[in-house]
Design a protein around this ligand. Structure first.
Ligand SMILES: [Zn+2]
Length: 474
């Protein structure tokens, strides 16, 4: 069965059919100037689940996700700290990778950095100037001429009247200073002439020293790694306009080929406890914030994936607690079935690592069908739990469930199960023990020792096993 998603470009649900033998997908990656928050991770997790589901359906996937390591924010923050831009962004890139690995996300096939593709970006800008889609301004900046691209707005459906005001409100690109240089207020920068606040962060170009605008990196790098046209482009819905609209304008004007991307895949915003995420509300949670509260990476992944990607997900602590019991239920169900089949957890993980799913005729076929139908994860989870009581020692069912766990990226081996059975362990003790387990897994042994001491002071002992731990009265 083929996987379908809602295509923003055509405004309908479509089966994802690769143009070549490999499904080529590009996703806008992080800007590395601080820790990513759970809103960012939700988008990356949805993309990870889509890729895994495609792999499960037998499709080979090339997944490119860029690293934005030069922009206003990265330059400003690195200069504030007085360290070179590359050193500053490397630190946050490493942190991003650590968090992605903890959330059990597959690494992209290629992860290009913007600063390592300046030549490709300059090539594209030159091409656009040559063919009349861009023009240089007096300050050494180059702008894309929106009026030169007839199809501008085809993705987001935005009309030209509203464009000017929205362009001004959009993040990052518009500022008062460069309005004077632009022929039209909605034209956007492909190249930004060097300014004093850029410090040493500039490159040479035919128009003088400067740096790339943000939008051009995605067009240049997707073209380099996936070709002039490719299958799918993903991102948060906030990127649909202007970023993705600008990418289409740049790419199609540079290559003359349309559509540059056949499927556009956007995921909705994340709310936290019913509120918008914002700095002032203090709810821009990072992964570390939630781990410190005693939740596990597997629980956080589960909670962030539990809503449909096209609907706003309301992330709550209750949702994390629900994720915890759902994962425990899954472990228990699988544990029982493995026992009846005479298999151990290692055998099961071997099945789960083999992503190619065979679902036909198994009790998990409805769950797989739900995943294929617009990546409906909440319905798939519902179907999994509906089928779970019927799971006996049937190996085909067990294997199908293993593949579903691969598609969803649920690693039950990473989930400590033992303490779930100890009903009399006080909440505080179990939380501390959970935090210690996470610290140990992350090789933060100093914190792990400290937490073990605190548990012991409360009169309890932690016993470690291979896949989890037990808590006993001292
Ligand atoms: Zn992008």
């Amino acid at each position: 069965m083929s996987v379908s998603i809602y295509n923003t470009l055509t405004r309908q649900k479509e089966a994802l059919v690769p143009e070549t033998d490999t499904f080529r997908m590009y996703c806008c990656g992080p800007t590395v100037y601080g820790p990513a928050h759970i809103g960012n991770f939700r988008t990356f997790l949805v993309q990870d689940a889509l890729r895994r589901t495609l792999e499960c359906s037998g499709v080979k996937v090339a997944h490119v996700r860029n690293i934005t390591d030069v922009d206003d924010k990265t330059i400003r923050e690195s200069r504030k700290l007085g360290i070179p831009l590359a050193e500053f962004t490397k630190k946050w890139e490493d942190k991003f990778h650590l968090d992605c690995d903890r959330l059990n996300m597959l690494r992209p096939t290629v992860e290009p950095r913007a600063t390592e593709h300046i030549a490709e970006q300059l090539d594209m800008v030159s091409k656009l100037v040559e063919n009349g889609h861009a023009y240089a301004a007096k300050d050494g900046s180059v702008y894309f001429k929106i009026s030169s691209f007839e199809n501008y707005g085809k993705l987001s459906g935005i009309d030209r009247e509203h464009m000017a005001t929205q362009a001004l409100n959009s993040a990052g690109e518009a500022n008062v200073a460069d309005e004077y240089e632009r022929e039209n207020v909605s034209d956007f920068a492909l190249w930004k002439g060097r300014k004093p606040e850029d410090g040493e962060n500039f490159w040479k170009s035919p128009w003088g020293e400067g740096r790339p605008g943000w939008h051009i990196e995605c067009s240049a790098m997707s073209k380099k790694y996936l070709g002039d046209t490719f299958d799918l482009h993903g991102g948060g819905i906030d990127l649909c306009f202007p970023h993705h609209e600008n990418e289409i304008a740049q790419s199609e004007s540079a290559t003359g080929k349309s559509p540059c991307v056949r499927y556009w895949f956007h995921s909705a915003h994340l709310m936290v406890e019913g509120q918008k995420m914002s700095k002032s509300l203090g709810n821009l949670y990072t992964l570390d914030d939630l781990l410190k509260r005693g939740y596990t990476c597997a629980q956080i992944r589960y909670a962030l994936l539990s809503g449909h990607y096209r609907q706003q997900l309301n992330f709550t602590f209750k949702g994390l607690d629900d994720a915890k019991s759902a994962l425990a239920k899954l472990s228990k169900g699988i544990g029982g079935a493995l026992e009846r089949a005479g298999m151990d957890f290692g055998d099961f993980q071997k099945e789960a690592v083999s992503p190619l799913g065979r679902f036909g005729g198994t009790i998990f076929e409805p769950a797989w069908n739900a995943l294929c139908d617009d990546l409906n994860i909440p319905r798939a989870l519902g179907e999994i739990f509906a089928a779970l009581p019927k799971l006996d020692g049937n190996r085909r069912d067990i294997s199908a469930l293993g593949s579903l766990m691969y598609a969803l990226g649920i690693d039950l081996g990473g989930e400590p199960q033992a303490y779930e059975t100890e009903a009399d362990v006080p909440e505080e003790v179990s939380k501390l023990a959970q935090m210690r387990w996470e610290a140990k897994k992350n090789r933060d042994f100093a914190s792990a020792d400290e937490l073990r001491k605190r548990v012991s002071e409360l009169g309890w002992t932690i016993l470690d096993g291979k896949d989890g731990f037990k808590i006993k009265k001292s």
